[in-house]
Design a binder for this molecule. Structure first.
Ligand SMILES: [Mg+2]
Length: 189
């Protein structure tokens, strides 16, 4: 694990993956309606903590199920509205949700590990600096996305990943978003 000296302030941005970080991954092929969206334990409390530490909080999520016809874009937007409201009710905030509906085979710049969603975010929020950003996700694609942009990567996974360690993709590794939030709170206070 590469330890970097962290001096967080509100000029920093947090990029968050959605599935497996905010809400529980589903074994039946993903979140297809609002009722399928189940928060990870401690995730809402984490969002409150992280809101105190970061100026911007951005969600970047691959949702190829839309292209596969498994869920409509309208339903996806309803899910995101509920997600944003739950976070707001818990004292946190999500500034924007970007999603890529492209299939993997399209090799779109928007689908992670492509960096299109981050470029869109920087266009919408010009104060964003990727070097002063964290990427938090649960897959290699998330870590590659963050690495390409020079972000600090935090992998959320309860298993040790050889692959991501080997390629130097992972700066920090936590069991959950709550562990990540608690860690940052501890070192920033
Ligand atoms: Mg994920």
């Amino acid at each position: 694990m590469i330890k970097q000296e962290l001096k967080l302030d509100r000029s920093w941005t947090l990029f968050l993956d959605r599935d497996g970080v905010l809400n529980k991954n589903r074994s039946d092929g993903g979140v297809k309606c609002v009722g399928d969206f189940v928060w990870e334990d401690g995730a809402l409390e984490s969002m409150r903590i992280l809101n105190d530490l970061f100026g911007r909080i951005i969600v970047v999520t691959n949702q190829q199920a839309v292209s596969e016809g498994l869920i409509t874009e309208a339903e996806l937007n309803l899910i995101h509205q509920k997600m944003i409201k739950d976070v707001s009710d818990a004292g946190g905030k999500i500034d924007m949700v970007y999603y890529a509906t492209n299939r993997k085979e399209e090799n779109s710049i928007y689908r992670k590990p492509g960096i299109g969603m981050a470029l869109k975010a920087r266009k919408d929020f010009p104060e964003i600096r990727f070097k002063k950003s964290f990427m938090v996700g649960d897959t290699v694609n998330d870590m590659m996305f963050g690495k390409k942009l020079g972000m600090i990567n935090a992998l959320i996974s309860n298993e040790y990943s050889n692959l991501t360690q080997q390629f130097g993709l992972v700066n920090y590794h936590f069991d959950s978003l709550k562990c990540f939030a608690d860690f940052l709170k501890r070192i920033c206070n």
